[in-house]
Design a protein around this ligand. Structure first.
Ligand code: GH3
Ligand code: MG
Ligand code: MG
Length: 383
């Protein structure tokens, strides 16, 4: 039963590994770990029917340790940690020495179970710590963490029972309450742990796809869709708190010439560069987006004209600094529009910022212009 479950979950995780983006790591190690767990269970079931019982038991123990160890490596990779191969090998070597000693030299079932349980729990404890430290606060992570903790407790309890009550309590071929709990936990834990790891990986996939759908792939700043979402939130805040926010419309000057003289690839590098320069001039609460071609929009929440002008100047000066990363020197023009009323919408403020930008272009480029404030809405005059 557990062999089938582990085998099936291995296929599920391997197919996820093949179809998920490469930045989601660890699924392949989990798939390999589950195959080894299935193989280990098969080897255990063969031990009574074969003459080479000792050898098969050693292989089964080794295979199970590798299986759980590879899942740990998978979890470490998933959370972007350096895989602790030294721990993997140390636990495996110690467990094989202990199991081998109490199997071949001085046969002692309970001692074997204790050594195996305590050492393998290191792999589980390591994963609990990983989830605790690096896990996202999300249901899938909590599910995964709790299951991993439960599995740790079950394995440690088995080790303690072996130490204090000897072999009978932990011999899974005999019948008793703990044996039943352990066997049931063993059967379902493999399935549940694999399902919960898949849930954590799927959650990561969702986050990546959401991020991709709101980011410009070249410059990694927001795209129009991402910007519209952010603007809607800031607009709601403006309506509630009656503050001001300011928009900068930034366009590269003579960008077509850069493409023509230095090639499209250099043009792309310039776009990445200008996004980085703009980003450095902003505060953490500000937002930058690429609105197609070579136009960038910056949203400065709770910021009036004076401060926005100061930030725009910082961008203008930083951009025209020559010789960054061997790129040609270039300049930008900036239009500024300030919004103080929630009556104006995104299209309205963008249009005013763009008008100011065109006026900066007309007046010679490499400069800043400020848009006039919008006219108040006309009110009907009573007759
Ligand atoms: P101005 O100073 O009036 O803004 O002139 P400009 O040359 O910057 O503006 P124009 O609109 O004439 O040209 C924009 C150019 O930007 C044309 C287009 O080939 C180039 N462009 C648009 N998107 C990309 C891109 O993703 N990568 C590169 N390398 N070039 C792009
Ligand atoms: Mg331009
Ligand atoms: Mg343009």
């Amino acid at each position: 039963m557990s062999t089938l479950m582990a085998g099936a979950m291995s296929v599920v995780l391997y197919s996820a590994y093949l179809s998920f983006p490469r930045e989601i790591k660890g699924l392949d190690y989990w798939a390999a770990g589950l195959i080894l767990l299935a193989l280990g269970a098969v080897l255990f079931s063969l031990r009574n029917s074969s003459s080479g019982q000792t050898f098969i038991l050693l292989c089964a123990n080794s295979t199970l340790i590798w299986g759980v160890g590879l899942a740990m490596i998978g979890t470490q990779k998933f959370y972007g940690r350096k895989p602790a191969w030294w721990l993997f090998h140390l636990v495996w070597a110690s467990a094989m020495l202990g199991v081998g000693y109490w199997l071949v030299i001085q046969p002692h079932f309970a001692a074997r179970v204790a050594v195996f349980s305590f050492l393998i729990s290191i792999f589980y404890i390591n994963q609990v710590a990983m989830v605790w430290r690096y896990g996202e606060r999300h249901f899938s992570t909590i599910f995964f963490g709790i299951l991993m903790l439960l599995q740790t407790l079950v394995v440690l309890t088995r080790g303690l029972l072996a130490v204090f009550y000897g072999g009978a309590q932990v011999n899974l071929t005999s019948i008793g309450p703990f044996q039943s709990i352990y066997l049931a936990a063993g059967h379902f834990m493999v399935l549940l742990l694999a399902v919960s790891f898949k849930a954590v990986a799927t959650r990561r996939l969702q986050t990546i796809l959401e991020r991709r759908s709101t980011l410009d792939p070249l410059t990694q700043v927001l795209n129009r869709r991402g910007f519209a979402d952010i603007y809607a939130k800031e607009h709601a805040l403006l309506r509630r708190e009656s503050t001001a926010m300011t928009m900068l419309s930034i366009d590269l000057d003579y960008f077509k010439k850069i493409n023509d003289c230095h090639g499209h690839a250099t043009g792309d590098r310039v776009l990445v560069d200008v996004a980085a320069v703009i980003g450095k001039a902003l505060r953490i609460s500000d937002h930058v987006a690429r609105f197609g071609g070579e136009e960038f929009i910056v949203l400065l929440p709770t910021t009036g004209l004076d401060r926005a002008h100061h930030i725009a100047e910082r961008i203008l000066l930083a951009v025209r600094e020559p010789g960054r990363d061997g790129l040609p020197t270039y300049t930008v023009s900036i239009g500024i529009a300030c919004q103080t009323s929630a009556d104006e919408d995104l299209d309205g403020i963008l249009m005013r910022a763009d008008e100011a930008l065109y006026s900066a272009k007309e007046r010679g480029r490499n400069r800043i212009e400020i848009a006039s404030m919008p006219l108040p809405p006309l009110r009907a005059v009573p007759a």
